[in-house]
Design a protein around this ligand. Sequence first.
Ligand code: URA
Ligand code: SF4
Length: 219
Amino acid sequence: MYDATPFLPQRGGLPGLRKAAADCRGCPLYENATQTVFGAGTGHARLFLLGEQPGDQEDLRGEPFVGPAGRLLRRALEEAGLGDEQPYVTNAVKHFKFTRSGPGKRRIHKAPSLREMTACRPWLLAELHLVSPDVLVLLGSTAGKALFGSSFRVGEHRGVLRPMPDLNGGAPGVGGAADAPRGRLLATVHPSSVLRSGDRETAFRGLVADLAVAAGALG
Ligand code: URA
Ligand code: SF4
């Protein structure tokens, strides 16, 4: 079974976690990717943004959301009044999964499987425990499925603040269920889906409206 758990350190906080994740071999995705793209931000962040997996540019630079989707996300955060917030930003899966196609053999994003999401989940749970944000924003259905299972649908949750559901207790090295994250949760669409949308402006407004709900919760 694929599982990142053996690679998680018992201590060392977020810096220790980031360092250990660089050597994770919990599933086969590390084999073809350039590097682990761990979360960016500090343990003090009030806002936690969860994407799917790194893309081409993230894979090359080692930082989440630094490509086109990241630029759109940043613009949406600003318009939602979150321009000054310093969020913790991460992905459900920490390695870039891709296929090569076309004449230039461009690397094309491929959706992670449930097995890969499950393997990588311990990193995400550890990040969530250590940051313990006031608001967790799920960017798209993969983020929701990775945390809450394959039946998760963004449509049923988007733009609505809910209490954080039980995340199956603690993660290794970061305490048990007693100090589980207690913030609130909100789902919205993935910024890449805005880029793909036939009506980008409306899709963008929808993302901004959802993020504005998170902004309201943070006060
Ligand atoms: N899409 C994601 O889900 N995450 C990134 O880091 C970049 C694009
Ligand atoms: Fe480890 Fe996650 Fe990378 Fe798989 S995708 S090797 S579980 S960090």
